[in-house]
Write a protein that binds this ligand. Structure first.
Ligand code: GTP
Ligand code: MG
Length: 293
C-alpha cells in the first residue's frame, strides 16, 4: 500500500530545521543562515517514490515575538501542527534541552512526535547520552541524534518516518519539489545571500520581493529569465550598507544570488536588483501584507 503524509519540522530558531528539510528532500528548498529567525513561512518540501510521498513542512523558529512579523511567524509554525501526521522536534546538541525547548514540547499535539538532537558533529559523544536520558521523560516515539550538516543519522530518521507514515494517496504530482512558486524560492535565495553578505544589524529588517519574472531572449537570441527584485530594509543607513561603497555590496549580492537562482531554475538568469527603504514594515500589518507575509 502507498504511504503518504505530512511531517512538520519544529523547534527553536537556528537549531537546523531548514538544513534538515533540504537534506531530507535532497534539494535546496529552504534557505539557511547562521542568524536566528531566518525562516518566515511554512515551506513544504516534497519527496516522492514508487511507494511513498513525504511532505515535510519547514516552519519558522518558535520564539517570543518582538514584533508583528515575529507573531505571524510563530502563529504559522503552530498552525502547521494541525495538519501533520507526524512531527520532528529539533533541539541543538550543544545546548541540550533548554527551558524554551520544553515550552515547545508542551505545545506539541498528542500525536506522533520524534525528537531529533541535531548538530552532534564536533561534540563529544559522551554529552549526548545525558540529553537522551533527559528526553525520555517526554512523550517522544523516538529520540534520534543526527548532524544535518554532515548528513549523519539521516537514513535512520527517514526509515523511522516511513515506519510511522500512514497509508494514503499522494498530495502532489511526483515531480513536484515544493508547494511554493519559483518566484518565492527566488526571493528567498536573494534574502539568504543578503543575510550572508551584509552586516550583523541588517538581517531581521530585510524582505525581498520579486516584481517581474519573465522568459526573454538576450542579445544573442538565447533564452533567459529576466528577474526584477527589490530588497527592502527599514532604514537609510541599512540601505547604505546593502548597496555598499560604489554599489560593490549589491553587486556581490546580485552575483552570488544569480548563480544560486540559475542552479535552481536550470536556466540563464538576468537579475535586476534594487534596494528600497520601507520604514517599520515589521510592525505594520499593511506593509507585511504588501511584502507577502
Ligand atoms: N555544526 C552544525 N551546524 C548546523 C547543523 N545543522 C544546521 N547547522 C547550522 O545552523 C545554522 C542554522 O541552520 P538553519 O537550518 O537555518 O536553522 P533553522 O532552525 O531553520 O533556523 P530558523 O529558520 O531561524 O528557525 C546554520 O548556520 C547551519 O549551517 C549541524 O548538524 N551541525
Ligand atoms: Mg529555518
Amino acid at each position: 500500500m502507498f504511504k503518504a503524509g505530512k511531517v512538520a519540522i519544529i523547534g527553536r530558531p537556528n537549531v537546523g530545521k531548514s538544513t534538515l528539510l533540504n537534506v531530507l528532500v535532497k534539494e535546496k528548498v529552504c534557505i539557511v543562515s547562521e542568524k536566528p529567525e531566518t525562516t518566515r513561512d511554512n515551506i513544504q518540501g516534497i519527496i516522492s517514490d514508487k511507494e511513498f510521498q513525504v511532505v515535510f513542512v519547514d516552519t519558522p523558529g518558535m520564539h517570543r515575538p518582538k514584533n508583528l512579523l515575529g507573531k505571524l511567524m510563530v502563529r504559522k509554525a503552530q498552525a502547521s501542527l494541525t495538519e501533520t501526521d507526524l512531527n520532528l522536534v529539533l533541539i541543538d546538541a550543544h545546548s541540550g534541552i533548554t527551558k524554551e525547548d520544553i515550552e515547545i514540547f508542551n505545545l506539541m499535539p498528542v500525536k506522533l512526535n520524534i525528537l531529533i538532537i541535531n548538530k552532534i558533529d564536533g561534540i563529544d559523544r559522551r554529552h549526548i547520552l545525558p540529553i537522551i536520558e533527559k528526553a525520555r521523560k517526554f512523550n517522544f516515539k523516538e529520540i534520534l541524534p543526527i548532524s544535518a550538516l554532515k548528513k549523519d543519522g539521516i537514513d535512520l530518521v527517514f526509515k523511522k518516518i516511513l515506519e510511522y507514515l500512514p497509508e494514503g494517496f499522494p498530495f502532489f504530482p511526483d515531480d513536484q519539489l515544493t508547494d511554493k512558486s519559483e518566484s518565492f524560492v527566488v526571493q528567498e535565495l536573494i534574502r539568504e545571500k543578503t543575510l550572508e553578505i551584509t552586516y550583523q544589524e541588517v538581517p531581521h529588517s530585510i524582505a525581498v520581493t520579486v516584481e517581474e519574472f519573465q522568459e526573454k531572449k538576450d542579445r544573442n537570441n538565447n533564452d533567459i529569465i529576466y528577474i526584477r527584485a527589490t530588497i527592502y530594509c527599514e532604514k537609510e543607513s541599512q540601505k547604505g550598507i546593502i548597496i555598499g561603497d560604489g554599489g560593490k555590496m549589491l553587486k556581490r549580492i546580485g552575483e552570488v544570488s544569480r548563480k544560486d537562482i540559475e542552479n535552481f531554475l536550470q536556466k540563464k538568469v538576468f537579475l535586476d536588483l534594487w534596494v528600497k527603504v520601507y520604514k517599520n514594515w515589521r510592525k505594520d500589518p499593511f506593509a507585511l501584507k504588501n511584502l507577502g507575509y
